[in-house]
Design a binder for this molecule. Structure first.
Ligand SMILES: NC(=O)c1ccc[n+]([C@@H]2O[C@H](COP(=O)([O-])OP(=O)(O)OC[C@H]3O[C@@H](n4cnc5c(N)ncnc54)[C@H](O)[C@@H]3O)[C@@H](O)[C@H]2O)c1
Ligand SMILES: OC[C@@H](O)C(O)[C@H](O)CO
Length: 295
């Protein structure tokens, strides 16, 4: 079997030239812009974005950043609750000209995310950006870890992120416009957290990194970029339960900046990866931790 036969049999979708890669088109910046306008245009986000876990502490801040940068339509996929209703109302009042829709979606349910993605294609013409913030933390000691808890952590953090990426990528391929997918990994994907035991969480986030690189390689031909961010410890509710409040002192001491991060400090990386400023970034991970992982 020669090389081209092998390539087309094993990886037909990756054969060069099988689809027009949007990544290889010139940057769509009109020539008559002022330098300041050009700078802003590079980081402009237009079109439609899906944000999973978009009413959580980090996801809601990322939603706001997308809207600040010009997003027309925001589709939030999260579990319904009083907090989600409140956060969506706040976003709508801050950005009255944007279309903001909430759907009660469990990211671990393949049928639900597939249906919601298809509806986005029919309702708003496609999806340009996907951010996968839906996630849970699990702090059991390994020797006491119930199989159910291990599976739940992987199901939401890893499988859920994959199922959303798959469903959204299919829509991006159908619309023919490519897009940008940003997964939310963690510094826990790169190293073992201290002092809290988090074997399932750490492993689930390391899998997100490997998945991100695999999808980036497979979908570049469709003009879809897939990257991840790895936040360090952020000041969120996720880091308050399970005795984590007490661990904060240690995290602060072990950070060269002397403090954990605030949710807003993720926005720069999210906008870079989602916008055309990041058009040649593919399969990358950006660690945003104030240097926590340096020592
Ligand atoms: N907070 C941190 O310090 C930190 C650091 C690194 C990575 N992260 C990651 O960032 C992401 C967001 O964290 P956060 O601090 O905003 O937490 P959060 O608990 O405030 O938000 C998580 C969101 O995910 C949603 N969610 C959970 N299970 C879901 C499911 N099955 N289907 C749909 N939605 C679901 C929750 O409803 C919630 O809105 C998580 O993936 C987390 O692992 C957080
Ligand atoms: O590693 C940092 C985060 O992923 C997370 O905030 C932490 O692990 C939760 O305890």
């Amino acid at each position: 079997m020669d090389r081209s036969e092998l390539t087309s049999r094993l990886l037909p979708e990756m054969t060069l030239g099988s689809a027009q890669a949007k990544l290889n088109k010139p940057l769509p910046l009109p020539a008559n812009l002022s330098p300041a306008e050009r700078a802003a245009a590079r980081f402009r986000i237009s079109g439609v974005a899906v944000v999973t876990g978009g009413t959580g502490d980090l996801g809601s801040v990322a939603c706001e950043a997308l809207l600040e940068h010009g997003l027309d339509t925001l589709l939030v996929w999260d579990l319904q609750g009083p907090a989600s209703t409140r956060k969506i109302e706040t976003l709508r009042s801050k950005f009255p000209s944007a279309r903001i829709e909430f759907s009660n979606i469990d990211v671990t349910d393949d049928a639900q995310v597939t249906k919601a993605s298809q509806e986005a294609l029919e309702m708003v013409g496609g999806i340009d950006v996907l951010l996968t913030f839906a996630g849970v933390v699990s702090c059991d000691h390994a020797k006491d870890m119930p199989a159910k808890e291990w599976r739940r952590t992987f199901d939401i953090n890893t499988t859920g992120s994959f199922l959303c990426a798959k469903a959204v990528a299919n829509v991006m391929v159908k619309s023919g416009n490519g897009g940008s997918i940003v997964h939310v990994a963690s510094i826990s994907a790169h190293r073992v957290n201290f002092p809290q035991p988090q074997v399932a969480y750490n492993a689930s986030k390391a899998a997100v990194l490997a998945m991100t690189k695999s999808l980036a390689a497979e979908w570049a031909v469709h003009g879809i970029r897939v990257n991840s961010i790895s936040p360090g410890y952020m000041d969120t509710i996720l880091n308050e339960g399970d005795g984590l409040q007490a661990a904060r002192t240690i995290w602060n001491e072990r950070n060269p900046n002397g403090r954990i991060g605030s949710p807003e400090e993720l926005c720069g990386a999210v906008i870079l990866l989602a916008s055309s400023a990041g058009r040649y970034i593919n399969g990358a991970d950006i660690i945003i931790d104030g240097g926590q992982t340096l020592f």
